[in-house]
Design a protein around this ligand. Structure first.
Ligand code: AQP
Length: 333
């Protein structure tokens, strides 16, 4: 809580082209909080460097992610939209929280295990302490709710544990946040391997539908998507490929699984995949048009970065200085 207002906080890494997983699991849901909550949505570039990035690409994607936030309907007058590295309090609080986080807790994080396996040549300390930086992001703004995809739930739960541990020693410091997982779009899976999460850093571009893919590409990717044996469109654990496509279709149309099953009864996979592709392309068209306009206005994006960082810094400074005082760091006035 900030004063009387509840706070919603989330972020996206500019670590690749954003996918419909990022969109359906996270960004699309951010907007609904704008009316009732004080909202902070961050481009978390410091998280992105836990994996090697090409500097020019990281810079470009930082602009792109901000433009996409705005294209997805996040009004900068109603939401604080900013870039993490422009608010130095994140890194400072992360260090402090490192001292309140256990080695065993970080070792249990599945993202650390997954990313260590994927980047075996670069298992750096940042990859390991990623969750404490994420906890700092969230706790700096006295956050109540964190809308994320289910893959991030474990990190938000660790953030709660860290906040509770800190509060036990220094009462009344942090609001303890709740993860909020949107029912639809919980976890969108890869089109090439439906047992794996759809990820922006996937090396196989056909496994991933990017928010900015053009219409033909989207339809082609869905046509090629791995499906299961049989030909029946049915939502079931023994049909992970079809079930994933049904989830995507359901997210974009609002139809239930039963309705989708009825719609495609006796129609086979070909027709179903085409419908998913066309529906996705139609749904993303408006976002893509708005995105192009936003991205073309570099000065506008930079002005927003400046304004967003100033707004965020005001609150971040307040929490950090409260924490420093409680810890016994000398404060000069
Ligand atoms: N496949 C997904 N389904 C549902 N939600 C998803 N999210 C990511 N992938 C899916 C949600 O998107 C938000 C931003 O994610 P992130 O940028 O912080 O990084 P991530 O979770 O590690 O996403 P990626 O796409 O897999 O990135 P890379 O490949 O760089 O690791 C989060 O709320 C996440 O839950």
């Amino acid at each position: 809580m900030l004063g009387e207002q509840k706070v919603s906080y989330s972020g996206v890494q500019p670590s690749g082209n954003l996918t419909i997983g990022n969109y359906l699991g996270a960004i699309r849901n951010f907007k609904e909080y704008s009316e009732q909550y004080k909202t902070f949505y961050c481009v978390v570039d410091q998280h992105a460097i836990t994996v090697r990035q090409i500097p020019a690409e990281l810079r470009r994607r930082t602009y792109e992610t901000l433009a996409l936030y705005m294209a997805c309907g996040l009004d900068p007058e109603k939401n604080t939209l900013y870039v993490q590295s422009m608010v130095h309090e994140h890194a400072e609080l992360a260090w402090i929280l490192n001292c309140f986080t256990m080695f065993g807790e970080l070792s249990r994080m599945t993202q650390f295990k997954d990313k260590s396996a994927k980047h075996a040549d670069n298992i750096n300390a940042g990859l390991f302490t990623y969750p404490t930086l994420m906890a700092a992001d969230i706790l700096l703004y006295q956050t109540d709710v964190v809308p994320v995809g289910i893959d991030q739930k474990q990190h938000v739960e660790l953030c709660r544990d860290i906040a509770e541990r800190f509060n036990q020693i220094h009462p009344g410091t942090f609001t303890v946040p709740e993860p909020v997982i949107a029912k639809s779009g919980m976890k969108i899976m890869s089109l090439a391997d439906p047992t794996k999460k759809m990820s922006k850093s996937d090396e196989n571009a056909n496994a991933v539908v990017y928010i900015l893919d053009d219409r033909d590409t989207i339809i082609r990717k869905f046509k090629r998507a791995v499906t299961d044996s049989g030909s029946e469109v049915r939502y079931s654990p023994d049909k992970p490929g079809v079930s994933n496509l049904m989830s995507i279709y359901s997210c974009f149309t609002g139809k239930s699984m039963e309705e989708i099953e009825r719609e495609f009864e006796g129609k086979g996979y070909g027709e179903f995949k085409l419908a998913v592709g066309e529906t996705t392309a139609d749904a993303l068209a408006a976002v893509q048009n708005e995105y192009k306009l936003r991205l073309a206005d570099k000065a506008g994006l930079e002005a927003q970065m400046k304004k967003g960082a100033e707004e965020a810094s005001y609150y971040a400074r307040r929490t950090l200085s409260k924490v420093q005082k409680k810890l016994g760091f000398v404060q000069l006035h």
